[in-house]
Design a protein around this ligand. Structure first.
Ligand code: G6P
Length: 477
């Protein structure tokens, strides 16, 4: 393949490739990348012809030769160890991540982190500029790459550029703390369409953009440097059909029974599935369960709690603290309430294959999704899609983007432990007809707002708006 015909009409740019490299004794192994971004964008992209995906392999100084995966051309961007520390662990995950999640942890504003963020964003922009055919569409993703749209437009004014933020865009008082707020806003304004998960977060951006840059606003459109930029709401979805098919398969059914046995055939199974992240509220959730046991409102003898905590960002200090806290709580509950052989809390600090997760979704009577803040939370949607018999109960944080659509969940304020306890008790005792009523309504929404529908609606807005047309937004705002 020559570099000329390697150029793509559609280029996705995200910090991570859809697969990450793991070095094993047998050599390099490619495994699915963590998190909701890849889970949603990968299925949408696999339906497109001749697409490229520009991203990092997860290794320091990894190889940069493009390769094919599931019909998509993957273009690795090389990060040096120091860039991983400053751009990825530093500015992206110890400044922007906590700040955008309502400053749950104090963000660090370090100039050497910022400098690295600028340099790495330029690398991604250059790689995207090379991968894109003339007049191509380039879709840039998430908080790690907010400067890429503007940098790319300077390199390639012929491109149609979209930007989607997967995590919340914070309230103005928080965003305005960032010393480089103008550069970030102007970076995003290099796009033709900027998408957010919820209308509240889209509104936050529309509010701050004119205050820190020369942009002017009119409704959903911002005008900047002679260009119009559509700012819209595009709630992300999952491949619900694939999820449901897997849930119904006989392999999954036998896995469900294996898990049930392993857990000692409990009457009720409660499940949490999260990256091990302080935004996810795992410790408070475990504390809520503990208090329900202490108060005799939940019986540890016939309850099993499964908490899957996928390893994540282990070099960032806030993550080490949350890991220690979760493990202390899980160990404490087991020490007080487990009998030999069967732990009441089954805590796994591991990444499970998707099929095993689906089996756990099938098994769980109650799903606990209680983040303090979350852009969307696709686990909530995966649980709903897996409940093909329409039973089960979802306890869902009001502060997850998914709560906008999944109104029939048992909604909680995750900061209010009494509210979380009441919700868990309600969920455990929810009558089956009521489970069905709620699950059917949520299932419809999850199937309707699929990953493909999400990508199509964003790209339709970009096709229409990126051509420099007058506003006729397809976005739901
Ligand atoms: C969230 C973010 C993604 C990120 C993922 C995994 O879903 O929105 O951008 O890729 O977490 O985090 P990691 O730091 O491992 O890429």
């Amino acid at each position: 393949m020559t570099e000329q015909n390697a150029c793509s009409e559609m280029v996705v740019v995200a910090n991570r490739l859809p697969v990450r490299a793991e070095i094993t004794k047998a050599g390099t192994r490619w495994v699915s990348s963590p998190g909701g971004l890849v889970a949603a964008v990968a299925p949408a992209l696999s339906r497109m012809k001749h697409a490229s995906w520009v991203g990092w392999s997860g290794l320091a100084n990894g190889a940069v030769t493009p390769f094919e995966h599931n019909g998509v051309r993957l273009v690795p961007v090389r990060l040096q160890q120091q860039e991983i520390e400053r751009f990825y662990e530093g500015f992206s995950n110890a400044c922007l991540w906590p700040l955008y999640h309502d400053s749950i942890e104090a963000p660090g504003f370090h100039r050497i982190w910022w400098d690295s963020y600028v340099n790495v964003n330029r690398k991604f922009a250059e790689a995207a500029a090379q991968a894109a055919a003339p007049g191509a569409t380039v879709w840039v993703h998430d908080y790690q790459l907010q400067l890429v749209p503007r940098m790319l437009r300077e390199l390639r004014p012929d491109l149609r550029i979209g930007f989607f933020l997967h995590i919340p865009f914070p309230a103005r008082e928080l965003f305005l703390r960032i010393p480089w707020r103008r550069q970030i806003v102007e970076g995003m304004l290099g796009a033709d369409v900027i998408g957010f998960q919820t209308s509240v977060t889209a509104h936050n951006f529309r509010y701050v953009a004119p205050r820190v840059s020369r942009a002017t606003s009119s409704g959903k459109v911002l005008n900047h440097e002679g260009r119009s930029i559509l700012v819209g709401t595009f709630p992300i979805g999952i491949d619900a059909d694939r999820n449901a098919e897997m849930a119904k398969s006989t392999e999954t059914a036998s896995r469900v029974e294996e898990y049930r046995e392993l857990l000692g055939n409990p009457r009720k199974v409660l499940l949490g599935v999260d990256r091990l992240d302080y935004t996810k509220g795992i410790a408070l959730r475990l504390q809520a369960v503990r208090e329900l046991f202490d108060e005799g409102r939940l019986d540890p003898a016939d309850t099993a709690v499964v908490q899957i905590a996928e390893p994540s960002r282990g070099n960032v200090p806030g993550y080490q603290t949350v890991q220690a806290e979760v493990e202390r709580l899980a160990g404490g509950i087991n020490g007080d309430y487990s009998s030999f052989g069967t732990g009441v809390i089954n805590y796994q600090h591991q990444t499970l294959p998707f099929r095993d997760l689906v089996a756990l979704y099938r098994l769980a009577d109650v799903m606990l999704v209680t983040p303090f803040r979350d852009g969307m939370n696709l686990v909530a949607k995966e649980y709903v899609a897996s409940r093909t018999d329409h039973t089960g109960a979802l306890v869902l944080s009001e502060f997850a983007g998914a709560a906008v659509e999944l109104r029939q969940a048992i909604l909680v304020n995750p900061y209010d432990i009494e509210d979380v306890k009441d919700a868990i008790e309600t969920a455990v005792n929810l009558p089956v007809p009521e489970q069905r009523r709620r699950m059917i309504a949520m299932g419809k929404s999850v199937h309707r707002n699929s990953a493909t529908a999400w990508a199509e609606s964003f790209l339709a807005a970009l096709a229409q708006f990126g051509a420099g047309s007058v506003v006729s937004p397809a976005a739901r705002v």
